[in-house]
Design a protein around this ligand. Structure first.
Ligand code: NAD
Length: 261
């Protein structure tokens, strides 16, 4: 059994039915937290909450692009478990298009789910955390919020917005005992990438640009997020943490060892 560092604490995980969010929900629950999974996917969300069990997990159907739904998700956690200690703004969707071909609707949808939802989460959670005397929030940004990718205009812009929103939220709330940080994963083996990474040769090319030469497992992202939420990171706020196998440490220039030896 893992050390129960989150015993007596309540967490809300958006996008908690799949991928990084599901790995995070399992990790937090395994370390003693009560976990509220907020997601659109009721099938997978209910299944995970039931599997976790112990009277410390529930699923709440949530569309994070709806501010009222996000407020209701936070209220549900407070009413079910007596307060809110941790919020993980993690739900997200991908997008790939040239700018001139990207519809206004698709732009707005990507920004609504990946960026606006983080604002809605902060807005609802901060008063609940102030009432509790503090708390910890971790936003899932992306390596794609730190630099640009071909065809990722909406996603790049939204995730860059998450990074600077994280910083504002951190400094605004530092004196209230609320820490706010963001993680920037590189490629992770989750359903969000399964469409493009199943294109022949693309997976190998993608792995090749990562200095570590591989995609992350969702658990490798969840463990860093859980650390940031824990008391072990008590002096960390406003931090933007790459978890990317070295991807954003690289300028993008060619690997000279392959030409020069
Ligand atoms: P995923 O597709 O496995 O999980 C995303 C979850 O978000 C799903 O359960 C989905 O149902 C949920 N979701 C989507 N729209 C929603 C909405 N409107 N309301 C509520 N829930 C919604 O993908 P993942 O890789 O686990 O993604 C988690 C986060 O990590 C996202 O913010 C994503 O942008 C980010 N991220 C992923 C990668 C990667 O390579 N997988 C890299 C960097 C950042």
């Amino acid at each position: 059994m893992e050390t129960q560092i989150f015993a007596g604490r309540t967490a809300v995980v958006t996008g908690g039915a799949s991928g990084i969010g599901a790995a995070l929900a399992r990790k937090l629950h395994g370390q003693g937290a009560a976990v509220v999974i907020g997601d659109l996917d009721a099938g997978k969300g209910e299944e995970l909450a039931a599997a976790l069990g112990n009277g410390r997990a529930l699923f709440h159907a949530t569309d994070v692009s709806d501010p009222g739904a996000v407020a209701a998700l936070i209220d549900r956690a407070v009413s079910a478990y007596g307060g809110l200690d941790m919020l993980f703004n993690n739900a997200g969707i991908g997008s790939f298009s040239r700018i001139e071909a990207l519809s206004v609707e698709d732009w707005r949808r990507v920004v609504a789910i990946n960026l606006d939802a983080v604002f809605y989460g902060l807005k609802a959670a901060i008063p609940a955390m102030k009432a509790r005397g503090g708390g910890s929030i971790v936003n899932t940004a992306s390596a794609s919020g730190m630099a640009a990718d071909f065809g990722f205009a909406a996603y790049n812009a939204a995730k860059a917005g998450v990074i600077n929103l994280t910083r504002t939220a951190a400094i605004d709330n530092a004196r209230y005992g609320i820490r706010v940080n963001a993680v920037c994963p590189g490629p992770v083996d989750t359903p969000i990438l399964s469409g493009i990474s199943s294109i022949p040769d693309l997976r190998a090319k993608w792995e090749d640009v990562v200095p570590m030469g591989r995609f992350a497992k969702p658990e490798e992202i969840a463990s860093v997020i859980a650390f940031l939420a824990s008391d072990a990171a008590s002096y960390v706020t406003g931090a933007i943490i790459p978890i990317d196998g070295g991807l954003t440490a690289h300028t993008g220039q060619p690997n000279l060892y392959r030409s020069i030896g």
